[in-house]
Ligand binder design. Structure first.
Ligand code: SF4
Ligand code: SF4
Ligand code: SF4
Length: 313
């Protein structure tokens, strides 16, 4: 039954030794007996009863949905549930049970992270291709300047909410602020519908964005589902983009950096903040390598003497 649960839930090889951390006993028993189809609430109740999973069945369903063990599916106005998979569960696990995720030895976590970034990349490729053909927008489609991001918040016709950044929670490659993932989507399978997230006023959302900017996090959005504040070390979209070779395309670069070397006093703040080492220190000098620049624009507000400006492409 345990093997069947691991197979149905698509637990990858590097995560198998830690399956007990990701799934509790009742979830494993449920996944061991379920199949990949959609279940009505009544069917789930009867399966849980058959498995002698005691307690309130609705509480089990709510909790498993919140933990990313179950997903919802809508059919003809009725909500069904289906087993999710490890890929889905991992992000929720790292976001909401960070102490358990941190307990897994770092080198084993790295292997799971490597699996995750590869999965992310493969899943993103068709979305990126479609976006390049003008069919819809991929997540993190564009880089936005700080000012544009604040204006985007002002233009929202609804209340955003914030969740812990799932990339930084899973990858743990930096210690920059994690409570910076601002979401809009409240539909089925959204974090909100699963019971996560803290509603934000526009002023609170703007404070988060400014804090993110001060910490060198890059603002990305596709304007419909989220405003992300990303780093180059953890962000799966950016890491996937790097592997695909989509620098400049995803997230789309909209500004060119103009560096006034004569004004530069060599303080190195831009080199410290740049996620791609486009500005970097070489000995005592600071240099700018345009081909390494992704056009995030975050360096501009960090230069104390205004030696960095931007030009729309
Ligand atoms: S895309 Fe950016 S803000 Fe969103 S979860 Fe990833 S790193 Fe965090
Ligand atoms: S140099 Fe380019 S990549 Fe680096 S912070 Fe500035 S805009 Fe971003
Ligand atoms: S932050 Fe400005 S002054 Fe400091 S090294 Fe960079 S470009 Fe020069």
């Amino acid at each position: 039954m345990y093997d069947k649960a691991a197979k149905l839930f698509e637990i990858p090889e590097p995560a198998l030794p830690f399956a007990d951390s990701f799934l509790n006993d009742e979830e494993r028993r449920f996944l061991g007996a379920a199949d990949g189809r959609d279940y009505s609430i009544e069917e789930l109740h009867s399966l849980l009863k058959k498995l002698k999973i005691t307690g309130d069945p609705d509480a089990f369903i709510r909790e498993a949905y919140s933990r990313g063990v179950l997903d919802k599916a809508e059919n003809g106005g009725t909500i069904f549930y289906r087993p999710a998979n490890f890929y889905r569960r991992l992000a929720f696990f790292a976001q909401y049970e960070p102490e358990l995720w941190a307990k897994i030895p770092a080198e084993e976590r790295k292997k799971i992270d490597e699996w995750y970034v590869e999965q992310y990349m493969e899943k993103a490729k068709p979305r990126l291709e479609a976006a390049l053909m003008g069919e819809g927008l991929i997540e993190n489609a564009f880089f936005y300047t700080l000012e544009e991001t604040l204006a985007l918040i002002d233009s929202l016709g609804f209340e955003p909410y914030v969740v812990p950044c799932n990339c930084k929670s899973v990858a743990m490659n930096c210690d920059r602020p994690r409570g910076v993932c601002i979401l809009f989507n409240r539909g089925i399978n959204s974090e909100w519908d699963r019971g996560h997230g803290r509603p934000l006023t526009k002023e609170e959302a703007k404070k988060i964005i400014i804090l993110a900017d001060r910490n060198g996090l890059m603002h990305t959005s596709e304007e419909m589902a989220a405003i992300c504040n990303c780093c180059g070390d953890c962000c799966y979209p950016i890491r996937a983009s790097r592997r695909i070779g989509a620098q400049g395309v995803w997230p789309k670069r909209r500004y060119r950096i103009l560096w006034n070397e004569k004004k530069c006093v060599g303080c190195g703040k831009c080199a410290k903040i740049c996620n791609f080492r486009a500005f970097r220190r070489v000995g005592k000098r600071v240099i700018f390598e345009e081909r390494d620049c992704w056009g995030c624009t975050v360096c501009k507000s960090h230069c104390p003497v205004g030696a960095i400006s931007i030009e729309k492409i």
